[in-house]
Write a protein that binds this ligand. Structure first.
Ligand SMILES: [Zn+2]
Length: 110
């Protein structure tokens, strides 16, 4: 079921379902994801070397749905790897409950 776009707030935008395997859309989706996260790492807020992180890793059943994607500093992305987001994040020095809530709201897992 699609979330109500108007109840959705990380970037006050319509929640789009994009096919991340499509090359044109892939570029658009990446930009869209970074815009939604204000070009900052969703975990630590860094603006360095942003990558697209799969909140729930593909290896753990995550999808390419935009709700499973967020901007993440390459270092955070690598450090998180295939670990469960909450388990990994809560052990980081930059952990912020507020950011975790935002991530969970975005991914629809709360
Ligand atoms: Zn980070």
């Amino acid at each position: 079921m699609l979330p109500n776009p108007f109840e959705f707030d990380p970037c006050n935008s319509i929640h789009l379902l994009l096919d991340f395997s499509n090359k044109v859309l892939k570029k658009t989706s990446k930009t869209y994801v970074h815009e939604c996260w204000n070009y900052r790492c969703c975990y630590c807020g860094s603006q360095k070397d942003l990558t697209i992180d799969h909140l729930r890793p593909l290896a753990k059943g995550g999808t390419n749905d935009i709700s499973n994607l967020a901007s993440a500093w390459q270092k955070c992305n690598l450090s998180k790897g295939n670990k469960k987001l909450e388990d990994w994040y809560k052990h980081q020095s930059f952990f912020l409950e507020e950011r975790l809530e935002k991530i969970q709201k975005w991914s629809g897992e709360n």
